[in-house]
Design a protein around this ligand. Structure first.
Ligand SMILES: Nc1ncnc2c1ncn2[C@@H]1O[C@H](COP(=O)(O)OP(=O)(O)O)[C@@H](O)[C@H]1O
Ligand SMILES: [Mg+2]
Length: 386
């Protein structure tokens, strides 16, 4: 904190803009000295916003570049970040330069729930684990970006299959964030702001189109999302007035264990309808190994346990869909019925672990799991036929 204003104010305790109005000969010597110094010293920047690129070969899509430059222009025009009243972490709406609309949502990692600068005063994590099992404090932004990167569009389309708003990692400096220990540059995710009419918490699900619910289910099953409550699905309407669901808040996807998976849509009737041919084609096109490599290319070398989650949930989604199971049936296998009763996917993982020798390769474990999964899924199908 050493801009011209900050250098002067401790001496006279006056707002900086007042100082030049004072006559120099009426001031004590030390004041004049610091005033002169502040004129020659370069003004320290009070704000900045830059993309954080780990691999320069990974080019930012145009929509992402535009979002970052609009948010940056907004700060330059003097429009400060506006903190959201919703949610448990620090989430800030970044304004356009015109000041009459939001262009992005910035979520700094040091303001995540249970992180040290959380603005809601949540207690610090005692062991570094995030609010959900199998996640770490400070990794929310990575997961937000991963969800966007993995939300591949259907062939020939630009928008991601589930419509995760474009998201990227940025470094941002602004005094308007929560800085209990002094203003510092923050790292976090910047997601495109999406105009909406509220979230799924504000409205019953009866009028949600089946395809909209299914696209969210595919995303959540793949990413083993541990935070899919209604507040994390925004609603808007397209040109024809049809409801569009927008999945947000993926800071707790891809956990290292399945313990905390929860899917709000599980209880919606649309989840019990069969997947359409298009959705089945999309599911068939998914490939966990390619996904892991893609994230690595963008700078996230996933720990083995996180990569395993993605491999297992993609496997379950593909095997389930192949057998004609619904989003409800597949999703239900990933969620605990009660806090203490393990989900079917957790049981299948344990069974596969017992079937291989300790120290077996990941590939051999996955092969064992594939057999275990086939057995259980075939049993589900058989029980339906009876
Ligand atoms: N992409 C977005 N577009 C519009 N509003 C958003 C977007 N992302 C978040 N929000 C708003 O900000 C709130 C907090 O964001 P969220 O990502 O859910 O943070 P938290 O992790 O704190 O729950 C959301 O409930 C929503 O109202
Ligand atoms: Mg949220």
């Amino acid at each position: 904190m050493s801009s011209a204003g900050m250098t002067l104010s401790p001496v006279r305790n006056e707002p900086p803009s007042m100082m030049p109005l004072l006559r120099a000969d009426s001031l004590p010597e030390e004041t004049i000295l610091s005033f002169e110094l502040s004129i020659v010293a370069p003004q320290r920047k009070q704000f900045s916003l830059e993309p954080l690129i780990v691999n320069p070969k990974a080019k930012l899509p145009l929509v992402v570049k535009d979002m970052v430059s609009s948010a940056s222009d907004g700060l330059r025009s003097g429009n400060p970040p506006v903190r959201s009243r919703e949610g448990t972490g620090g989430a800030y709406f970044m304004q356009a330069s015109s000041g009459n609309k939001y262009v992005g949502v910035f979520k700094p990692i040091d303001e995540e729930p249970t992180a040290e600068n959380n603005p809601h005063g949540l207690p610090l994590s005692p062991n570094g684990e995030g609010l959900k099992k199998g996640t770490k404090v400070g990794e929310g932004a990575l997961r937000e970006v991963a969800a966007y990167l993995l939300d591949h569009p259907k062939s020939g389309e630009e928008r991601g299959f589930a419509g995760v708003p474009p998201t990227t990692m940025v470094e941002c400096l602004h005094p308007g964030f929560n800085h209990p220990k002094g203003v510092q540059t923050k790292i976090g995710s910047l997601q495109m702001f999406t105009e909406n009419d509220g979230s799924c918490e504000d409205m019953g699900p009866a009028s949600f189109p089946v395809e909209e619910v299914h696209k969210i289910s595919v995303l959540d099953i793949r990413l083993a999302n541990a935070d899919r409550h209604g507040g994390n699905i925004l609603m808007s309407k397209d040109e024809e007035g049809k409801i569009v669901l927008i999945p947000i808040d993926h800071g707790y996807c891809l956990p290292e264990s399945f313990e905390d998976c929860t899917f709000e849509w599980l209880y919606w009737s649309q989840a019990r309808k069969p997947y359409s041919r298009e959705t089945l084609d999309y599911i068939r096109s998914l490939n966990a190994e390619e996904d892991i490599n893609l994230l690595k290319f963008h700078g996230w070398k996933m720990p083995l346990k996180t990569a395993r989650t993605l491999r297992i949930s993609t496997m379950l989604l593909k095997k389930g869909a192949e057998r004609g199971l619904t989003a409800f049936e597949i999703g239900n296998m990933m969620c605990r019925e009660t806090l203490s009763k393990k989900s079917l996917v957790e049981e299948m993982v344990e069974e596969a672990q017992e079937a291989v020798l300790p120290g077996t390769s990941e590939a051999a474990f996955l092969e064992a799991l594939s057999d275990v999964m086939d057995y259980h899924l075939d049993e589900v199908v058989r029980s339906q036929e009876q």
